[in-house]
Write a protein that binds this ligand. Sequence first.
Ligand SMILES: Nc1ncnc2c1ncn2[C@@H]1O[C@H](COP(=O)(O)OP(=O)(O)O)[C@@H](O)[C@H]1O
Ligand SMILES: [Mg+2]
Length: 255
Amino acid sequence: MAAPSPVLHVEGLVKVYPGGTRALDGLSFTVSEGEVYGLLGPNGAGKSTTFRIIATLLKPTSGRVVVDGVDVAASPLEARKRITYVPEEVGGYRRLTGMEYLRFVVSTYLRARGEPGRIGEALEEAVELTGLPREVLEERKMSDYSKGMKRRVQVAWALAVRPRLAILDEPTSGLDVEASYELRETIAEYARRHRVTVLLSSHNMLEVETLCTRVGFIRSGRLVAEGAPAEILEETGARNLEEAYMRLIAGSGRG
Ligand SMILES: Nc1ncnc2c1ncn2[C@@H]1O[C@H](COP(=O)(O)OP(=O)(O)O)[C@@H](O)[C@H]1O
Ligand SMILES: [Mg+2]
């Protein structure tokens, strides 16, 4: 079998915000086709900054991002056709019903990508992926939805259009145990079945152990360790990823 081709290549990213915060300090990692890659780290580690740069919404101070062979800084419009991005805080569109919202985002995205013929099929799939009853999607406005329901709608369309790379920033943060379990199952199952490549982030290291095929630990804008969850557990002798992270941080912090 041929080696999986890289869908995302992040190389030496540095981001210094106006004001001087060095959010990223030489971050590099690669995500291959079909992977669910988790960028894990505490608040302020640089996860959202990384995702905004990949999604072309923010320019890095230096470094390079290539998505599916496209340099995002040189060709942002081409890059956007290959990406879907669900930010941490999902606002807006409160006056639309879930269905109106899905129709809008799915058709806009697929038209931009030159695939208007796939709109109907992707919309049906998105509806199914939300796991919400059709009446709720048809009749109730997004402003009435719980945080978990809004997140489901967002993640559903981001996957259903089958991007080359779906970027989900803390998809389960703020959700209760059940909602976050269901959303993780949806992501894992869909990615496996359709080989959609997913990049997600979390500050909860315990929840991603079964979801991610590979994880990268990020701290102060740098990758401190990377591997399949099982590999990391074996190498560190930890019982879970949270413990592994603490050991690695303790090990790298001295000296
Ligand atoms: N727009 C901004 N302006 C200035 N500093 C920012 C901005 N956004 C994030 N930061 C800072 O950059 C660092 C990384 O933030 P962020 O990428 O949001 O981390 P994470 O998503 O891992 O919590 C933090 O110190 C944060 O305060
Ligand atoms: Mg964040």
